[in-house]
Design a binder for this molecule. Structure first.
Ligand code: NAP
Length: 248
């Protein structure tokens, strides 16, 4: 269906979870993949092997997206190794959930630093490259809580709402350079992140989903594949909810 042969994609936080599924899907469509992760080098190496088995070039880099200089160097290293970059997927994210009453300043700062500042750092690092090449795709992984808000997630919802504002702004800045910038707002997707939720909260969320199931990582990966494809070339500044109807 979609064809990405000869393209190179950067996917942040792709050693596991949604990022890994995105990397595998884009590779299945022919894209070479460079991805970063924070800690688990073994998982990252496993992912590299799975990507290479699909017949594409793949490399993993240890890099904290919250670090501006490191993100900039990451993109330089990837361009040196892969030649150029066509697609950036800002996926890396963390949660530090608690009511604001008990939220520490460090819980707020950490979530903003990785989710929102990390998206800025990586976007800034590819910005000139995409401008010069007069093409590019930026796909930001936000969340439905960035649209609806959620008790216990004021830090995370602020970061994810900020990503939506950034997506729309950069879409306006880079439109004339043929660069599209879109966001995906996942609902409740089964990953390590949601496995950490209290059982009661998980049950309540599942019950509220009109499609009556949790989302799979492939549901997000398929949407990224569409936004990265030529078929989506006239879509920019958009936020696509992939949530089984949870935020209707
Ligand atoms: P996950 O299973 O916890 O995986 C997070 C990934 O991000 C890991 O690869 C991790 O690397 C990487 N990462 C974390 N902090 C990083 C940093 N500072 N620098 C670089 N990489 C970092 O999470 P997920 O559920 O797949 O979520 C992926 C994205 O979807 C996140 O942005 C999340 O907010 C968003 N989202 C998820 C859901 C959901 O229901 N799961 C819903 C809405 C939105 P290591 O393995 O090295 O730690």
């Amino acid at each position: 269906m979609f064809e990405l042969t000869g393209k190179t994609a950067i996917v942040t936080g792709a050693s596991r979870g949604i990022g890994k599924a995105i990397a595998l899907k884009l590779a299945e469509l022919g894209a070479n993949i460079a991805f970063n992760h924070l800690g688990d080098g073994e998982k990252a190496e496993e992912t590299v092997k799975e990507l290479e088995a699909l017949g594409v070039k793949a490399a993993a880099y240890e890099c904290n997206v919250a670090d501006f200089e490191a993100s900039s160097k990451l993109v330089e290293d990837i361009i040196a190794e892969f030649g150029e970059v066509h697609i950036l997927v800002n996926n890396a994210g963390i949660v530090r959930d608690t009511l604001m009453l008990s939220m520490k300043e460090s819980d707020f700062d950490a979530v903003i630093a990785v989710n929102l500042k990390g998206t800025f750092n990586m976007t800034k690092a590819v910005y000139k490259h995409f401008m010069k090449k007069r093409r590019g795709r930026i796909i930001n992984i936000s969340s439905i809580v960035g649209i609806t808000g959620n008790a216990g997630q004021s830090n995370y919802a602020s970061a994810k709402a900020g990503i939506i504002g950034m997506t729309k702004s950069i879409a306006k800045e880079l439109g004339s350079r043929n660069v599209t910038v879109n966001a995906i707002a996942p609902g409740f997707i089964r990953t390590d992140m949601t496995d950490g939720m209290p059982e009661k909260a998980r049950e309540a969320t599942l019950a509220a989903i009109p499609l009556k199931r949790a989302g799979e990582v492939t549901d997000i990966a398929n949407t990224v594949a569409f936004l990265a494809s030529d078929e989506a070339s006239y879509i920019t500044g958009e936020v696509i909810k992939v949530d089984g109807g949870l935020a209707i």
